[in-house]
Design a protein around this ligand. Structure first.
Ligand SMILES: CC(C)(COP(=O)(O)OP(=O)(O)OC[C@H]1O[C@@H](n2cnc3c(N)ncnc32)[C@H](O)[C@@H]1OP(=O)(O)O)[C@@H](O)C(=O)NCCC(=O)NCCS
Length: 185
């Protein structure tokens, strides 16, 4: 399959390459970035993250792509699309997700990447709706969902065996293609 690559004004979203993993973990495996994601990753959990993202790519044909800054080629993190794989949750729905290194926060990069990913989800992969998952405490993540025009779907919130133990239920936001098109995103 051809390499996935999508450019926005300041960023490139693309398939992972071997050399991306080291800078990705170096930038994002910090206490602040991992605060709501189970804390710092040891080598075993790093391998799990990599294996999961590679599995999404082979299972779904898309994943949380690597996010590279055009200006300097820096690996800022990931943003992209998977299918919800949690059987307690909205299983099978197209899910947008993001994780950027701390020095790339507050610059609108996450929103720029997420808008591109959601647009690709609707137009290239025919998704409808697109959901996003987080926990109540992760205000940066659900704040982004709100800025993207996503709607809080309390009816879809769920308990997750892994996450709900420490952080409370997984909370769901969603946007339909009609809502997305209407806001002219
Ligand atoms: C969630 C996460 C990706 C959000 O990143 P972010 O940088 O806060 O999100 P945005 O790209 O939307 O940037 C937002 C801020 O940048 C500001 N900004 C600065 N320059 C900007 C520009 N040129 N364009 C747009 N926004 C800009 C905006 O005003 C906004 O601040 P505000 O919310 O106070 O108004 C980030 O916090 C993260 O990686 N967290 C750790 C990993 C994680 O928890 N992931 C989610 C798991 S569910």
């Amino acid at each position: 399959m051809a390499e996935f690559r999508h450019e926005t004004d300041r960023l490139v979203l693309r398939d992972w390459r071997e050399e991306d993993w080291e800078p990705f973990f170096e930038g994002t495996n910090t206490p602040a970035v991992m605060q709501w994601l189970g804390g710092l990753l040891d080598d075993e959990r790093k391998s799990d993250v990599r294996a999961r993202l590679e599995r999404y790519q082979s299972d779904f044909g898309h994943t949380f792509w690597v996010v590279e800054r055009k200006e300097d080629g820096a690996i800022l993190g990931f943003c992209g699309l998977k299918r919800c794989t949690d059987e307690n949750g909205p299983f099978g729905e197209m899910e947008a997700g993001w994780r950027l290194r701390e020095d790339a926060w507050g610059k609108g990069y996450a929103k720029e990447a997420a808008r591109a990913a959601i647009d690709i989800g609707f137009t290239k992969f025919g998704a409808d709706p697109i959901i996003a998952l987080t926990v109540e405490g992760n205000a940066a993540s659900w704040g982004l969902m709100v800025r993207l025009g996503m709607e809080r779907r309390r009816d879809l919130d769920f308990e997750d065996a892994l996450w709900s133990h420490g952080y409370g239920p997984v909370i769901v936001h969603a946007i339909t293609r009609e809502q997305w098109d209407r806001q002219g995103a």
